[in-house]
Design a protein around this ligand. Structure first.
Ligand code: NAD
Ligand code: TYD
Length: 346
């Protein structure tokens, strides 16, 4: 197969590139990525040594550039990871989320119609289902849970999902959609909860926990997500949505304490920050469908995955120090001064 992987210079996309190159060495992977603040070519340095891999810099919302690429490459499949992905940024500036996540998806779908593909896969999120109450641990998101979005980010992802389903119904485009819970692991951009807390703790900076810290996320090790997508694009049924998650629910405050414990740092580093606007309370995925249909099960337990992740950040300090040395400082200062985190400028 010849697969265009969009957003492959980001967190999950790059992990997927490495997963595919190792699992299907006969496949060709073409990564299309605009290299926004979240994209990083250093992440793909090893992939670039592989003759089966090609990197193309480009914006998925640029119709001409996307059509040119499809015409040249004639892909069998497209896996769309490219997105603006940070909820806090979407609250500050929604427009780019609509541009990339909705318009970008529509351009990719049109290119797939025009040039023909065997499979278009949309990488979506459990956030399209909204949130669940903390006092109903019996409730989970299934594929039939109505879309009920909270943030501009989740609106843009749900809109893209609806467009993908419309292209299936209207044009019979062979599509699949996966909706995954929160990922963690190598190459996770430092603005997100787990890497941010590891990096701050390593520098003895304050760990800004939003609100009461009781919000619950359902954490999945990134390699398990990649394995699920690999199964869906090869064996999943056209037109179907598959939820991906591993029943690893944790309150944010407990995740942060686990990280401090792993690093031997004191809990006094925790600082409660102003809560995120519209903060979703709990996400929890029911992965029964992907398990029953495709035999997928997560391989990494949270206790092991978090240890591996902390170790990865300890061993790859150059990777994240390059990122946080530039525009990231300005982002951190702006975002966390608004959240009343006193130590942000340290
Ligand atoms: P990320 O922010 O780490 O990476 C996004 C990548 O997309 C970057 O390489 C960036 O340069 C690229 N990109 C952004 N705009 C682009 C554009 N217009 N054209 C081409 N490339 C562009 O994101 P991530 O965490 O790896 O998430 C990947 C996908 O998975 C997203 O679609 C996200 O919604 C979804 N998802 C993420 C999670 C999670 O926990 N991180 C969970 C479920 C689903
Ligand atoms: P995040 O990693 O941004 O993922 P998402 O919002 O997509 O779930 O945040 C995970 C949780 O951690 C979320 O409940 C918000 C919270 N959080 C903090 O408490 N402090 C922080 O500095 C960040 C970035 C997130």
């Amino acid at each position: 197969m010849k697969i265009i992987v969009t957003g492959g210079a980001g967190f999950i996309g790059s992990n997927f590139v490495y997963y595919e190159l190792a699992k299907h060495p006969e496949d060709e992977i073409i990564c299309l990525d605009a290299l926004t603040y979240a994209g990083n070519l250093e992440t793909l340095a090893d992939a670039e040594k592989n003759p089966q891999f090609t990197f193309v810099k480009g914006d998925i919302a640029n119709r001409q550039a996307v059509y040119r690429l499809f015409e040249r490459v004639k892909p069998d499949g497209v896996v769309n990871f490219a997105a603006e992905s940070h909820v806090d940024r979407s609250i500050e500036n929604p427009e780019i989320f609509l541009q990339t996540n909705v318009i970008g998806t529509s351009v990719l779908l049109d290119a797939c119609r025009k040039y023909g593909i065997q499979r278009y896969h949309q990488v979506s999120t459990d956030e399209v289902y909204g949130d669940l109450p903390l006092d109903r641990p019996d409730l989970f998101f299934t594929e039939d849970t109505p879309l009920h979005t909270s943030s501009p980010y989740s609106v843009s992802k749900a809109s893209a999902d609806l467009l993908v389903q419309a292209y299936h119904r209207t044009y019979k485009l062979p599509v699949t959609i996966s909706r995954c819970s929160n990922n963690y692991g190598p190459y996770h951009f430092p603005e997100k909860l787990i890497p941010l807390m590891i990096i701050n703790a390593l520098s003895d900076k304050k760990l800004p926990v939003y609100g009461d810290g009781k919000n619950v996320r359902d954490w999945l090790y990134v390699e398990d997500h990649c394995a699920a997508i690999d199964l869906i694009i090869r064996k999943g049924r056209e037109g179907e949505v598959y939820n991906i998650g591993g029943h690893n629910e944790r309150a944010n405050i407990d995740v942060v304490k686990t990280i401090l414990h792993e690093l031997g740092k004191p809990e006094s580093l925790i600082e409660h920050a102003t809560d995120r606007k519209g903060h979703d309370r709990r996400y929890a995925i029911d992965p029964t469908k992907i398990h029953n249909e495709l035999g997928w099960l997560p391989q990494t337990k949270f206790e092991d995955g978090i240890k591996k992740t902390v170790k990865w950040y300890l061993e790859h300090q150059d990777w994240w120090k390059h990122i946080i040395s530039g525009a990231y400082q300005e982002y951190y200062h702006d975002m966390y001064s608004k959240k009343n985190v006193l130590e942000y400028a340290k």
